[in-house]
Design a protein around this ligand. Sequence first.
Ligand SMILES: *[C@@H]1O[C@H](CO)[C@@H](O)[C@H](O)[C@H]1NC(C)=O
Ligand SMILES: *[C@@H]1O[C@H](CO)[C@@H](O)[C@H](O)[C@H]1NC(C)=O
Ligand SMILES: *[C@@H]1O[C@H](CO)[C@@H](O)[C@H](O)[C@H]1NC(C)=O
Ligand SMILES: *[C@@H]1O[C@H](CO)[C@@H](O)[C@H](O)[C@H]1NC(C)=O
Length: 686
Amino acid sequence: MQTILLVLLVGVGLALGAKTTQAPRVITDQSQQNEIDDLKRIVSTLGRQLMMQQLFVEERVRSDGASGLKQIRLQEIGTRPYHAETYVGNSMASLHDHANYDRTVGLGEFIAVLNGVEFRTRHNDYKLRMPSRTSSAYHATEDIPFPGVPPEVTKLSSIQEQINEMKEWFKAWWSQDKSKRDYTKYFKPVLCFLEGAWTYSDGSLEESFESDRHFIDAASWFDLHEKTRFTSYAGRKSNLENFAYLPTTIMEMINGSVPRLAQWNYRILCHPLSKDIPFSRFRLVDDLHNRVARGATMEKQRGTRRARFQLNPSLVLDAWGSSEFSQSPDFLDSLMEEIPGWDNYKGVLNDTLDDDTAWSLNEDKPVNTAYYHRWFNSLKEGAMGINRRHRGFSDNNVFMAQTTQPNVAGLSYTHCHRKVCKTFHQKWTYAIPLEIVYLTPLQSWNPYNLQHKGDYKSTLGKTVYDGPNGTRRNGLMTKAEAFNGINTKAYYITPHAFFDKTGTSPRDPADTTRAAVGVLDRKGVLRAMTASGPRVFLNIPDVGEVRLRWPIAPVHNDGNVIFKELEALKDMVMEQGKYMGLYRTSPVGDGNSTGSVTPMTGNLELVTGPGTKDPPGDHVHTLRINPTDAAALQSGKKVTVRTSTDQGHSHVLRLKYDAAKKTYMINRCDGKPACWDGHPLQLNMT
Ligand SMILES: *[C@@H]1O[C@H](CO)[C@@H](O)[C@H](O)[C@H]1NC(C)=O
Ligand SMILES: *[C@@H]1O[C@H](CO)[C@@H](O)[C@H](O)[C@H]1NC(C)=O
Ligand SMILES: *[C@@H]1O[C@H](CO)[C@@H](O)[C@H](O)[C@H]1NC(C)=O
Ligand SMILES: *[C@@H]1O[C@H](CO)[C@@H](O)[C@H](O)[C@H]1NC(C)=O
């Protein structure tokens, strides 16, 4: 029995589901037996108390805030607290591009809360994958199909004609004009979401979703816990951002004395939506702290990676109106209800306790609780006399789904009526939406018919990099260095001319424009190509800058009482005219004030030209220069700044201002005359 005590006291965090078999013991005297009984009782009480402690923490988090994102990794500090990151910094939830991968969506580390469980992710970089449509196996997933290419494009013979026609499709989509081209067939929104659950595991680490770039860098859950504890203790990080903080809990005490541990785990998947999402559905959320830190107007913020959106809840109208509260499933529910929990798309379950089944609000049938939902009707009236229910006590953001997976830890509930007792056992997973990503025909349009050699780790896929005489191809614009075909990591199928600012004139491939990556076609002809994987923005000449990723993640603070008060105050301050009637006394400067106004100076934002060396692959960096440094540059001084992190790295640039050309130039890059990955010296304004 001492072994059991040891497992409990030392073992929280030790190998999950630890073996507890032991040799039978011969008890010789009564006092020994009494001692053992005492120890059993103590173990049982301590175990129970640990479970209640975990419940206390979760309950505390649940009342402090809702399910949502909380914080990303700190990169900057400043003279005001909001100069440091929250859930948004230089981008919302650290989103970024890895467009040279065919289906990788760049997303950094963050801290999130799901139904009161707070955890920290690894660097996510998730893939465009969905739950399996055919299998209900644990974590069975499949690739989301890319949309096709309009035949109006492919039927054209010349590349230039195809480019022009493709631009027309992008114009139709971006201006939401279906009259000439029904873009909804080729521009498909997918909803990407974050899920979490308590799981049972034999101690071996379980990677619950795929990434081409990241994996949890630990041998077992125990190893991960120890590494995370160390990095938190020492303030270090895994350089590749491959550690996650994922809590454990005692789910039950078997026979009152054997603890059964559960491990929290999460995953990010996407779901192809059954309907189009018009852009008029999105409204920018005013993350004011982020706007003030960067001196960005609402309009400016909307066009950056920092933007966060909200979907119009109306089930009737796409465009935002004024009536904005809802008491029943809204538009977001209609999207999330298409997404299954961990029984995958085939799942059919109902939530029945004491003959009381969770009933749909819209149709006369039980809610299929194998799918995510927030609202339901209880057929038995509750203590408050209403039978409409929202999952959770006060969590406005949480979506829940039931599952039958043996690996998910469940709980039981026993109810007795006239001495007849029934026990119900349920398992749940939790989810919030993260972002809507539009897939476009660019992901499959391959006008040069380049050979797709498949997975970059496969034998054929690797030949993309095989150069002459044992050299390695890196995608530069020479026959010896250009990629030999494409693979899932060198996914360059879009002709560079599609993005070429000079427009219609076909380019001489020898004219090595920096943004172009060289790829050999099936006949060995060198082609100037651009990466075709998911991106936040695409800047297409004649069309403009189009947004493909629309973050809609809710935040933990949404459920916090102080935040609710602050948001109300923010609305009153930011829209004085609208809320004038609510002021206790009318504000100073109400239109009669004659005081002069000095507007604040915004930051100078620059972007580098593209670096095309592969690795690290096609990318640019952004730079932010505060007004003091900008003035210093203008006066001829040199200023050193660190760029944004893209494709896993950043640069330290010494800048100078070229007054004659009125441009900002790189003077030194990482202490060298030029950047190792080939960014041009001239910087552009954003
Ligand atoms: C719990 O008790 C039952 C009955 O005594 C026994 O069969 C079972 O092995 C025990 N479980 C554990 C994990 O000790
Ligand atoms: C709920 O599911 C159980 C098990 O599949 C089934 O027996 C029961 O009839 C269902 N209840 C309702 C109300 O559909
Ligand atoms: C490969 O090596 C041969 C023999 O040394 C040489 O003639 C040829 O030019 C090399 N090819 C390239 C592309 O470097
Ligand atoms: C401005 O002052 C005039 C005259 O005192 C007053 O009638 C008017 O209501 C004031 N405007 C506002 C917006 O308070």
